[in-house]
Design a protein around this ligand. Structure first.
Ligand SMILES: [Zn+2]
Length: 523
């Protein structure tokens, strides 16, 4: 109804202007273009989404695993689609591909020589990265704890030294804990938490490396170490995350007592004259992967950016050769971004270029730990993050959550109200006006045990205080299984959900004021 009204107004204006040709007013008046999203939103249609998805999630793309041939097919497909609709690359050199160098950590090998005796990695000590060094002595820092009123580092200089610490926390003679003054343990006794905190303290004090005596963590990491050794498979990570030369060893009871026989009862920080030579080698396997980034430059505020994202990768082929097509995850988001880009490009061609710039970001390595989006935000944001007004992230919008009751015309929204009241209101109002989808906030709860807010690419923007909305249909029986195929997608829902995102993007890109960040996120 609104569209008709505006169109007839437009017609009236045109008639009026034509009757006044020749008048100075008409000649000098700026050409006013009515910004109407509806015709462009309506160019997003089921059949186009379906056509894209039947290719993108076909067996030919082999499940699009990061670094594999299927992922290369996916990026080539995206590039050729952007070329054909006329949306240019975001990078100034015209390359649609943003290289995201990754590596898989391989289990290291080598040994440690203590007092002239050789110990092999994996027997009495563990580490997951290369390490080298020769030390005349070791600095024993007992529990390795430092707080406002307690320190095991008093009088110790650990810079460039090897530090030996043990698990647990100090106790008084009466059996109470020194830090709490009672029989209650502190977080320094929590196995996982203490490991990270104690190692960080040593690192911050300039230590070269840590020997951490902890039977609990030794058992835990030994399982992982032996598994990796047998399966030769480490974690994929950003190549840039290779954290330099600092090293961290978990040592067992035997090795701890070789270095300091009375370590269990001795908590006096000091230098121990025990010479150690460490020689651990690790070759990480390099993986090449790419984000695909396209761009429409804004007309009025070209240096403010809206990022619309989805992940281009999926989980590849199963051990027994079945292809995980990933039609919903995240083929649905991928084809939605393509169609949104095309709709904006049609607007550009009709003289309605968005006022702010729009970045169409297809990230790699999501399934490996949000790597492509983290590369974009933490290492190489093509456009400044402080000028990035919002991120609309789409990850699975083509299916229906079978556990959900209620009508099928819904979508879960996560994060819309976390940083910006404006964003939440825009999202609600464009939906009321245009798409009438039931916006379900079930997973938006801070205490949601699924923690979806932290589990897709938008999180890398949110952690930089950039308002986000995560669009998601929930999980289903085919999630991360070969059954996630394009025939199971609800294309009518995919169409309407994609239009909702387009309308939201339109409003963010074209409104006068930048979205206000007026809320502090819960940590
Ligand atoms: Zn996904």
């Amino acid at each position: 109804m609104k569209k008709l009204l505006v169109l007839s107004l437009g017609l009236a204006t045109a008639c009026h202007t034509s009757q006044n040709t020749g008048s100075e007013v008409a000649k000098n008046a700026p050409k006013v273009v009515e910004y109407i999203p509806t015709p462009f939103a309506e160019s997003i249609i089921e059949s186009d989404l379906k056509e894209h998805l039947y290719t993108y999630a076909s067996d030919e793309f082999e499940g699009r695993e990061t670094g594999q041939p299927g992922q290369k097919k996916a990026i080539e497909y995206l590039k050729s689609e952007y070329e054909s609709i006329g949306v240019p690359a975001a990078q100034s050199d015209g390359d649609y591909f943003q290289e995201v160098p990754l590596e898989i950590s391989q289990v290291p090998s080598g040994s440690m020589n203590i007092n002239g005796k050789e110990y092999v990695l994996g027997e009495h000590f563990l580490t997951f990265a290369k390490a080298e060094g020769t030390f005349d002595n070791i600095i024993y820092a007992a529990y390795g704890i430092e707080t406002d009123n307690y320190s095991d580092y008093e009088g110790l200089d650990v810079s460039d030294k090897l530090v030996l610490i043990k698990s647990g926390e100090p106790m008084n003679a009466d059996g109470t804990y020194t830090l709490s003054g009672s029989i209650v343990k502190s977080s320094w006794s929590n196995m996982s938490e203490a490991l990270g905190k104690k190692v960080e303290i040593a690192l911050n004090k300039g230590a070269k490396g840590v020997l951490y005596y902890d039977e609990g963590n030794f058992a835990r990491f030994n399982n992982r170490f032996q598994y990796m050794k047998t399966n030769d498979s480490g974690r994929m990570q950003l190549a840039a995350d290779d954290n330099g030369s600092f090293f961290n060893f978990i040592i067992d009871n035997t090795l701890a007592h070789i270095i300091l026989p009375q370590i269990d009862t001795d908590s006096e920080s000091r230098e121990l004259s025990v010479p150690i030579a460490i020689n651990i080698k690790s070759e990480n396997k390099k993986i090449e992967s790419e984000n695909v980034v396209a761009f429409i430059k804004g007309s009025v505020k070209p240096d403010e950016y809206l990022v619309i994202s989805s992940h281009l990768d999926h989980i590849g082929i199963t051990a027994d050769g079945e292809i995980n097509n990933g039609a919903d995850d995240d083929g649905s988001g991928t084809v939605a971004v393509l169609e949104i880009a095309e709709a904006f490009q049609k607007a550009v061609e009709a003289g309605q270029r968005p006022k702010r710039s729009i970045v169409f970001l297809h990230v790699t390595g999501e399934e490996k730990g949000l790597l492509g989006s983290r590369y974009y935000t933490d290492i190489d944001p093509i456009f400044p993050l402080e000028k990035t007004v919002a991120n609309l992230n789409i990850d699975m919008i083509g299916r229906i959550d079978p556990k959900r009751t209620g009508e099928r015309n819904y979508i879960y929204l996560i994060g819309s109200d976390k940083l910006s009241t404006d964003l939440h209101q825009i999202s609600e109002s464009v939906n009321d006006e245009h798409t009438l989808i039931e916006l379900d906030y079930s997973f938006n709860d801070e205490n949601d045990p699924n923690r979806f807010y932290y589990r897709s690419d938008h999180y890398n923007f949110a952690k930089n205080n950039i308002p986000i909305i995560f669009y998601f249909n929930g999980t289903h029986e085919d999630y991360h299984r070969p059954g996630d195929t394009p025939d199971k997608i609800n294309y009518d829902l995919l169409e309407n959900r994609t239009r909702l995102i387009f309308y939201t993007a339109w409003e963010i890109a074209n409104r006068d004021e930048r979205l206000m960040v007026d809320k502090i996120p819960a940590k």
